[in-house]
Design a protein around this ligand. Structure first.
Ligand code: DX5
Ligand code: ZN
Length: 217
């Protein structure tokens, strides 16, 4: 099943609850929560307090994307009954197996993200430990950037590796996703599409969600 994970980074924070309700009613599957610390990426977004304000306001699970240095120190803050995935960056974790085990020990599915400049081979020894691999298709830090096509090749490589090694992780893509390139990323093997500006900056948000879902069928 292909899933849409709208990123609330592009939502209207003065009425976040309403924006989230809109995408949920239209059929979005997950809420993508982009956490930026101004160190690992050159921007600061929001933290666990904002995410937790949505607990109970929506049934959608949280898909947490930590773009932060030293994520181990903050992982616990993002664990709620609604947290399905917590994803950390390969580039930010010197002891990544330990970090992934830590996430799993909190009953949350662990994910690993790779920046556009990081090869899939950097994940060789952690693929077994992750439930999700997030391929960044922009340099993380900002919404509204242009899709970097080499991400497609990474998704294809991951799909081949998963089959060859009999693994189960899901493949997610994040950055510059829109209704024009959605089909090509699905064809490359992606199962979870993050979309920020293309969803929340649309003239009609529910219609945009439905357009994505039609492409998934
Ligand atoms: C980028 C974030 C993305 C971002 C996606 O650093 O990880 O999740 O919000 O936004 P769009 O879809 O606008 O590229
Ligand atoms: Zn993200």
């Amino acid at each position: 099943m292909i899933q849409l994970a709208p990123s609330i980074l592009s939502a209207d924070f003065s009425r976040l609850g309403e924006d989230v309700k809109k995408i949920e009613t239209a059929g979005a599957h997950l809420i993508h929560v982009d956490v930026m610390d101004g160190h690992f990426v050159p921007n600061i977004s929001y933290g666990a307090t904002v995410m937790k304000s949505l607990c109970g306001k929506t049934q959608m699970p949280f898909d947490v994307h930590l773009m932060i240095e030293n994520p181990d120190q903050y992982i616990g803050d993002f664990v709620t009954d609604q947290t399905e995935y917590i994803t950390v960056h390969q580039e930010a974790c010197p002891h990544i197996n330990r970090t992934l085990q830590h996430i799993r020990s909190l009953d949350v599915k662990p994910g690993v993200a790779i920046n556009p400049g990081t090869p899939v081979s950097a994940l060789d020894y952690v693929l077994e430990d992750a439930d999700l691999i997030l391929v960044m298709s922009v340099n993380p830090g900002f919404g509204g950037q242009k899709f970097i096509p080499s991400a497609l090749r990474k998704a294809q490589e991951l799909k081949v590796l998963r089959e060859k090694r009999g693994l189960n992780f899901r493949i997610e893509i994040d950055g510059g996703i829109n209704v024009t390139n959605a089909k090509s990323v699905i064809d490359a093997g992606v199962e979870i599409l993050v979309a920020g500006s293309s969803v929340f900056k649309a003239d009609d948000v529910p219609t945009r969600v439905k357009e994505f879902l039609e492409i998934f069928e």
